[in-house]
Write a protein that binds this ligand. Structure first.
Ligand SMILES: *Cc1c(COP(=O)(O)O)cnc(C)c1O
Length: 418
C-alpha cells in the first residue's frame, strides 16, 4: 500500500487529488507521500529492532532536504557518497555520528569535510584512499574511523549497471586484499579501524546474494579477530528491491529475518544503507500529455516530462507503471510514452498498453521516488520539475520548479567576447 489510490476515478496521493496539485503547481512534478515514506522507513528500521543497528538512508536515492529531515526526525542515519550529500544531511539535522561516507572517488576536500564534521566512518574503497585519508587526518590532528568496503564477488542477479559487488565492478576491495589492508590500517597512526562494509548492488529481489555476502564477511571478521582487529560495525549496504511491475522482493521483515539468522553470533552493530526500498514506491512523477501522434508503425504519447526528469527508462530500460490520473473506462491502445527531449532514447515507456488519452490529460508515472528527481538534469535547457510532499489533506512544494534564470545561474560571457 503506497497511498496513491483512485477515488471516484481520480488518482489521489493520500487525501489530495493529483489534479488539484497539477492545477496549482503546473507539470511535470514529483509527488511524494509523507505517510508512505514514514511507513516504509519504520517498516525497515523496526524489522531489525531486536539487534543494535543503525539505518542509514541512502541520500543519493532521493536527496530533498524535506525528505532527509523527515527520516532524521525518525532517528535515521545517512549514507552519503559526496561532500554535497554530507552538506544536505547535516542541514537536515542528521547527527554527524550517524553518517557513513561511501564512494570510490572521495576528494581531499570531501575527506576533510567528513573529518571535520566527525562522521561515524569512512568506507574505504582503495589502498590509495586509505593512505590519503591517513595523511588528511594527520594534518588535522585527528583519527579517521574507517571501514573497508569489501567486494565479496557475489552476483546480485540484477541489471548489470546496478550490480556493484562483482569482481569486475569498480567498487570495493577484493576479500584477499582487504585483510592485508586492515593489517596496514591498524598500524597507521591516524586511522581507527571500526568496521567492515559492503554494498553489492541495487534492486535485489532475492535474499540469497545478501546471505552469501554475510558468509564471506563473517570469515573476514573472524580472521581479523585473530589479528587482534576488532570490528564494531558491520555495514551490509542497501540494495533491497521493490515492485515496479512483476518483481516479488522479500518484505523487509523477511529480509531481516534471513539476515539476522545469518549474522547470529557476530558481535557488531549492524548498519544498513537502504534507499530504493524506502522511497521508490513513495513517489510518482506527474506529467501532462501534450500531443498524441500516430506514426507509420507506432502510436506516440508526447508528454511534458522527459529523460531529463526521469532517466531510468532510458538508462537502464527500467519499467515504470503509467496510469491516467483521471480513470474512466476507455479503450486500450499500445503506445510509446515519449518526452520532449531531442534523443531517440527519450522515452518513459515503450509498447505499453494504456487507456486512450487526449492531449491535456495527466499521467502518473509510478514508483519514481528513488533515483527519479535525484538523477534529473537540465539537458535541452529544461528547468527541473517541482517536488511536492503530501501529508494527509495538505501538500507543500518542497522544491520549486526551476526558472529560466536558474538555468543560467553561474554562467557568464567572458570579457574577450564582450
Ligand atoms: C546506492 C547505494 C545504496 C542504496 O542502494 P539502494 O538500492 O537504493 O538501496 C547504499 N549504499 C551504497 C554504498 C550505495 O552506493
Amino acid at each position: 500500500m503506497h497511498h496513491f489510490e483512485y477515488r471516484q476515478g481520480q488518482l489521489y496521493c493520500e487525501e489530495v487529488s493529483l489534479e488539484t496539485i497539477a492545477t496549482e503547481v503546473g507539470t511535470p512534478f514529483y509527488c511524494y507521500s509523507h505517510a508512505t515514506l514514514s511507513r516504509h522507513f519504520r517498516a525497515f528500521d523496526s524489522a531489525f529492532s531486536e539487534v543494535n543497528h543503525l539505518t542509514c538512508f541512502s541520500v543519493k536515492s532521493c536527496s530533498n532536504i524535506a525528505i532527509l529531515s523527515l527520516f532524521a526526525s525518525m532517528g535515521a542515519g545517512m549514507d552519503i557518497v559526496s561532500g554535497g550529500e554530507l552538506h544536505r544531511a547535516l542541514k537536515a539535522g542528521v547527527p554527524a555520528e550517524k553518517i557513513v561516507f561511501s564512494g570510490v572517488g572521495k576528494s581531499e576536500d570531501e575527506l576533510v569535510y567528513g573529518l571535520e564534521s566527525g562522521i561515524l566512518m569512512f568506507n574505504l574503497e582503495s589502498p590509495q584512499e586509505m593512505f590519503f585519508l591517513n595523511d588528511c587526518a594527520a594534518s588535522l590532528g585527528r583519527r579517521a574511523p574507517i571501514a573497508i568496503r569489501v567486494n565479496p564477488d557475489v552476483d546480485p542477479k540484477t541489471h548489470p549497471y546496478i550490480s556493484t559487488g562483482l569482481r569486475e565492478n569498480k567498487f570495493g576491495i577484493d576479500l584477499d586484499i582487504a585483510e592485508s589492508m586492515y593489517v596496514q590500517a591498524k598500524e597507521m597512526s591516524n586511522l581507527e579501524v571500526v568496521g567492515v562494509g559492503c554494498h553489492i548492488g541495487s534492486q535485489l529481489t532475492e535474499v540469497s546474494p545478501f546471505l552469501d555476502t554475510i558468509k564471506r564477511l563473517k570469515l573476514l571478521i573472524d580472521r581479523l579477530k585473530e589479528q587482534a582487529i576488532e570490528i564494531r560495525y558491520l555495514d551490509l549496504g542497501g540494495g533491497l528491491g521493490i515492485t515496479y511491475s512483476e518483481e516479488a522482493p522479500p518484505h523487509p521483515r523477511e529480509y531481516a529475518k534471513s539476515l539476522l539468522a545469518e549474522v547470529d553470533g557476530i558481535d557488531c552493530t549492524l548498519i544498513f544503507e537502504p534507499g530504493r526500498v524506502i522511497v521508490g514506491n513513495a513517489g510518482s512523477l506527474i506529467t501532462r500529455v501534450l500531443y498524441t501522434k500516430a506514426g507509420p508503425v507506432k502510436n506516440f504519447l508526447v508528454v511534458d516530462a522527459g529523460m531529463n526528469d526521469l532517466v531510468r527508462p532510458s538508462l537502464y530500460g527500467s519499467y515504470h507503471h503509467i496510469q491516467p490520473v483521471s480513470d474512466h473506462g476507455r479503450q486500450q491502445l499500445t503506445v510509446d510514452v515519449v518526452g520532449p527531449i531531442c534523443e531517440t532514447g527519450d522515452f518513459l515507456a515503450r509498447d505499453r498498453s494504456l487507456p486512450q488519452v487526449e492531449p491535456g490529460e495527466l499521467l502518473a508515472v509510478m514508483s519514481a521516488g528513488a533515483y527519479g528527481f535525484a538523477m534529473s538534469s537540465n539537458y535541452n535547457s529544461r528547468p527541473r520539475p517541482a517536488e511536492i510532499l503530501v501529508s494527509g489533506d495538505k501538500f507543500e512544494i518542497i522544491r520549486s520548479r526551476e526558472t529560466y534564470d536558474d538555468l543560467l545561474r553561474g554562467e557568464r560571457v567572458p570579457n574577450f567576447l564582450r
